[in-house]
Design a protein around this ligand. Structure first.
Ligand code: B12
Length: 146
């Protein structure tokens, strides 16, 4: 079974291009991707993670309100019994002058990794492969060779 990734844009944010690219990249890398799309609530992330027994929850936010949108998110995931790696990425703060400060803020909210808007899909994929200790691409290659 390939690892399952839940992906979505949190809150009232409607920026769709980034997660569309991430969906395609993670799928091509061998992950099972459930893309919840834009304007996804915390409850929708938690429900999808439970339904699909997710290995990872990837949250995107571009419009500058990520900190408010993510308050209490990890507490909700814990209440729902979701045991998944969590990443967040995009334009996470207004301005993003000091990304280290932004990273600290989102780490304190419970995210395992925090990415800025310069992150390539490949970087995110490698990070998740490391965190889950998997490499779906190798599995696929091995399968083809076998
Ligand atoms: C296109 C765009 C729009 C379009 C969106 C169309 C659509 N349906 O997608 C429209 C015109 C609708 C729009 C609206 C708004 N926008 Co706009 N928009 C942009 C713009 C120009 C490009 C975004 C984009 O598509 N980038 C291309 C994709 C490929 O890159 P990306 O989204 O950054 O995603 C990559 C990375 O960030 C990363 N990534 C993203 N998410 C995640 C998650 C994880 C887990 C990981 C690992 C990586 C990752 O990987 C992605 C792929 O490489 C940006 C400026 C910019 N240059 O980024 C502003 C921008 C994001 N918008 C902005 C704003 C303010 C708004 C509005 C609030 C404006 C307004 N006052 O109405 C509204 C918000 C509406 C809403 N409810 O969401 C600001 C946000 C400011 C901030 N955060 O400080 C920006 C940065 C412009 C600016 N410089 O001010 N916007």
């Amino acid at each position: 079974m390939p690892p399952t990734v839940i992906l979505g844009v949190i809150g009232s944010d409607a920026h769709v291009v980034g997660i569309t690219i991430l969906e395609q990249a993670f799928s091509a890398a061998g992950f099972e991707v459930e893309n919840l799309g834009v304007q996804t609530s915390q409850e929708e992330f938690a429900a999808a993670a439970t339904e699909h027994d997710a290995d990872a929850v990837l949250v995107s936010s571009l419009y500058g309100h990520a900190e408010q949108d993510c308050q209490g998110f990890h507490e909700l995931l814990a209440r729902e019994g979701v045991d998944a790696v969590t990443f967040i990425g995009g334009n996470l703060a207004v301005g993003q002058d000091d990304f280290e400060q932004t990273r600290e803020t989102f780490r304190a909210l419970g995210f395992d990794r925090v990415f800025d808007s310069e992150t390539t899909p490949e970087e995110a994929i490698r990070a998740l492969e490391r965190d889950l200790n998997v490499s779906p691409r190798e599995t696929e290659t091995d399968r083809i060779r076998a």
